[in-house]
Design a protein around this ligand. Structure first.
Ligand SMILES: NC(=O)c1ccc[n+]([C@@H]2O[C@H](COP(=O)([O-])OP(=O)(O)OC[C@H]3O[C@@H](n4cnc5c(N)ncnc54)[C@H](O)[C@@H]3O)[C@@H](O)[C@H]2O)c1
Length: 336
């Protein structure tokens, strides 16, 4: 898959770093990487979706400390960020179902929580990397999706779009603070997957498919399964995130961090079944049955990664088949 050699390793001198949402799926992998690189890590997470257990080895080794609390508490955020050199802001309400079923709570977390974090970073002069999402592009028909291109969102009466709208406002906020001197970069993740995905939840289609395949149940494919995504292994997601902090030219820029390989959901179901050793045929489910009326899915989503390549020296390294193998191995080792 890799054609261009990766230029940089993302190493930067040891610092005090804060990872909000650091007990979550991507956040905990980021904490591992930062601790391995010699940084002293503070995790700020309310554990609403995260797991302290993911941090246990780092906590025991004194490489990280966990502050259990919410980014909705501005005093706590201000206190914990006071001594930080770099902040990775990942805490968010994540997942289409959570957004659809808890729209107000999700919006408050993703808007007010982010404002609290950016405000504290601006106050204390921290460098910040903001985790955004490919969702901000919405149903943009023009592919691949470029950071400087337009976005197309649906109506405000459909809760699904509130996540994309909130993440886009977060980006606007970041650049408004940048105009006043904040050193900030934005990373837009495209369908990250890997070990520590929420095994019981449905925020990730990979997790849902693996769960069903390992249980010997039909894999549920929504619609005709021809909708596509670009699945990105978590080590690649994390490397892009660290590079966004480490590379000085990244400041003030937005980066797509996602695989450029498009995979149809029906094809993903087959790959997962194969990797999990399941022969049970997939099952087609209508969007309405899955999410209720007025749900809109996005047909295709492909990142233009030329900016990440040029500025960060980043490109994905782990092919989907290999990433699925590692994810399923972790699932087996951590059988609940
Ligand atoms: N997983 C993906 O493919 C993907 C894609 C696009 C964007 N993202 C973004 O990446 C970031 C991490 O996502 P993830 O997939 O690891 O999800 P996750 O749910 O595993 O992680 C989010 C973490 O934030 C914490 N959190 C939630 N509300 C909080 C609050 N009020 N205060 C403190 N902590 C809080 C949760 O407990 C959890 O540990 C999020 O900002 C998400 O929007 C993820």
């Amino acid at each position: 898959m890799a054609t261009t050699p990766v230029r940089r390793d993302g190493l930067f001198p040891p610092q005090n770093v804060v990872v909000t949402g650091g007990a979550g799926y991507i956040g905990s992998h980021l904490v591992d990487r930062l601790a391995e690189d010699g940084h002293q890590v503070t995790v700020l997470d309310d554990l609403s979706a995260g797991h302290a257990a993911y941090l246990a080895p780092r906590l025991r080794a004194g490489q990280a400390r966990l502050v259990t609390g919410s980014i909705l508490d501005p005093d706590l955020v201000g206190r914990e960020l006071r001594t930080a050199d770099t902040v990775f802001h990942l805490a968010a309400a994540v997942g289409v179902r959570r957004i659809v079923t808890e729209p107000l709570r999700s919006l408050r977390t993703n808007l007010i929580g982010t404002e609290n974090v950016l405000h504290a970073c601006a106050d204390h002069g921290c460098r910040v990397v903001l985790a955004s999402s490919s969702e901000v592009y919405g149903k943009l028909p023009r592919l691949p999706m470029s950071e400087s291109g337009d976005r197309v969102l649906g109506p405000t009466t459909v809760p699904r779009w509130s996540y994309a709208a909130a993440k886009a406002v977060d980006e606007h906020l970041a650049f408004a603070y940048a105009a006043q001197g904040l050193r900030v970069s934005v990373v837009r993740y495209f369908n990250s997957y890997g070990p520590r995905l929420d095994r019981a939840g449905d925020a990730s289609v990979v997790a849902v498919f693996v769960r069903h395949a390992l249980a010997g149940e039909p894999i549920p494919v929504h619609g005709d399964g021809q909708q596509t995504r670009c699945f990105t292994y978590v080590a690649d997601t994390v490397r892009g995130t660290v590079l966004a902090a480490a590379v000085p030219e990244a400041q003030g820029q937005v980066f797509n961090i996602g695989s450029a390989t498009e995979t149809a959901i029906a094809a993903l179901a087959e790959l997962v079944a194969q990797a999990a050793g399941s022969t049970v045929p997939a099952e087609r489910i209508s969007y309405e049955a899955a999410y209720g009326p007025r749900f809109e899915d996005i047909t295709r989503r492909i990142p233009d990664i030329s900016r990440a390549r040029d500025v960060l020296g980043w490109e994905p390294q782990i092919p989907l088949e290999e990433g699925l193998k590692r994810t399923i191995a972790w699932w087996g080792e951590n059988d609940a």
